[in-house]
Ligand binder design. Structure first.
Ligand code: ADP
Length: 408
């Protein structure tokens, strides 16, 4: 089945056309500056290896979708001759609240529930709604499926998702741990289960999705037991610009000291913390790695090393604590931009973990860099298997969409 996977942001829209019978991506691209001056589309026809970037007015997401369809069916840059060759659309949706524990066909009722998720992720949800409505307008009648980043985490028990705040906050406002990057954790844990070669119910895996945004999950028997992100994607480990877990009392303290509003401190914790906050220079792990490689002569060396050491320390703590709640550990998986490419960080995290049964293979670890291959980076003698598994959220979205559409 040809599935168009859509990831709608507030002013952008990413897409991929995936054949779910062969897993081949035939085209992909991004529309940017939707609803603004200078909107443009960047489109790649993968099979023919063609690329184009063109200015194209798009007043809204419906315009963007019409342009996407135009490129997909273009005689030169396209890969299908007609819109009817697209069987369905699969949307990435960031937050499904407690309403959605799996992927679902879009209906009026589903849209009403999605509207209620605006509370939790206002910017993202509004963008998704625009994307869905844009598809309805550009491709009327085409089945649309919603795939939620939070869904895979809905298996957590209350002790993992309830915060020790007045219980009415959970009941009245839905304040609880939801977790994010669920589609990625689901994909890499499922791949890891295949590699472990034992019954899925018996597997205990820690999945480390480390990118600009990062989250770590404990996946026992194929189900999430706990995850590091929380009510919002601010929780957990240090990230590019997000602080991750801090003592919550710091928030009112700094607000008072610096005379900040709630919105201002929220902005600082989300956009000016993490790698950027510590180094004062960059949120990109590559810049930190370059400064570390230069050594003490680089003015950013010490802070870069500190920022990376903080992340290493935190990932180790999550692996240890998740092994404890699962009563064991079969595998650790690294994925996403940093997890798939940062050799140094993976080595630092997995060193001095022999007590837990983790023995990293330094040479194999070096090979897992800018590759789409699954790579084992632990020694054969390691009781815990450590793997780098490139994530593929789009494929999960396409497969879920195809499976749901097949039942219609
Ligand atoms: P997002 O959370 O925005 O999807 P990514 O998963 O793309 O982020 O991760 C971005 C991070 O991954 C950046 O810190 C970047 O330095 C790092 N990264 C991405 N690609 C590479 C690469 N090829 N080599 C080294 N680091 C990379």
């Amino acid at each position: 089945m040809n599935i168009l996977v859509v990831n709608a942001g507030s002013s952008s829209l990413k897409y991929q056309l995936i054949d779910t019978d062969t897993n081949v991506v035939s085209a992909k691209g991004i529309c940017e500056r939707i609803g603004m001056e200078g909107s443009l589309i960047e489109h790649k026809q993968i099979v023919k290896g063609l690329k184009t970037k063109e200015a194209s007015p798009m007043k809204d997401h419906a315009d963007a979708m019409k342009i996407v369809v135009k490129y997909l069916t273009d005689s030169e840059y396209g890969c299908i001759s007609d819109m009817n060759e697209i069987q369905a659309i699969g949307h990435r949706v960031v937050h499904g609240g407690s309403f959605f524990s799996g992927s679902i066909l879009m209906t009026e009722e589903v849209l009403e529930k999605l509207e209620l998720c605006r509370e939790f992720a206002p910017l993202h949800t509004v963008a998704h709604l625009m994307g869905i409505k844009g598809c309805l307008e550009a491709m009327p009648g085409k089945p649309q499926v919603l795939v939620f980043d939070t869904a895979f985490h809905q298996t957590m028990a209350p002790e993992a998702y309830i915060y020790a705040l007045p219980y009415e906050y959970y009941e009245k406002y839905g304040i609880r741990r939801y977790g994010m990057h669920g589609t990625s954790h689901r994909y890499v844990s499922a791949e890891m289960i295949k590699l472990l070669g034992k019954p899925a119910e018996e597997t205990k895996i820690v999945t480390c999705h480390i990118g600009n945004g990062s989250s770590i999950s404990a996946v026992k028997g194929g189900k999430v037991m706990d995850t590091s992100m929380g009510f919002t994607p601010l929780a957990g480990v240090e990230m590019g610009t997000r602080c991750g877990d801090i003592d919550p009392a710091i928030v009112p303290y700094i607000m008072d000291k610096k005379g900040l509003t709630g919105a201002q401190i929220n902005d600082i914790m989300n956009k000016k913390s993490g790698f950027l906050g510590i180094t004062g220079v960059s949120s990109d792990s590559r810049d930190l790695e370059d400064a570390i490689a230069d050594g003490p002569s680089n003015p950013n060396y010490e802070k870069s090393l500190l920022a990376v050491n903080i992340l290493k320390h935190q990932i180790k703590k999550y692996i240890g604590s998740y092994a404890a709640i699962m009563n064991g550990l079969d595998a650790v998986v690294f994925t996403a931009g940093i997890g798939e490419n940062n050799i140094n960080l993976r080595e630092m995290v997995c060193s001095d973990m022999e007590f837990l049964g983790i023995e990293i293979d330094a040479e194999a670890n070096k090979l897992a860099f800018r590759t789409s291959e699954i790579t084992k980076i632990s020694k054969d003698s390691s009781k815990v298997a450590v793997y780098v598994i490139p994530t593929n959220e789009e494929l999960v979205i396409a497969k879920d969409t195809a499976a749901i559409v097949a039942t219609l």
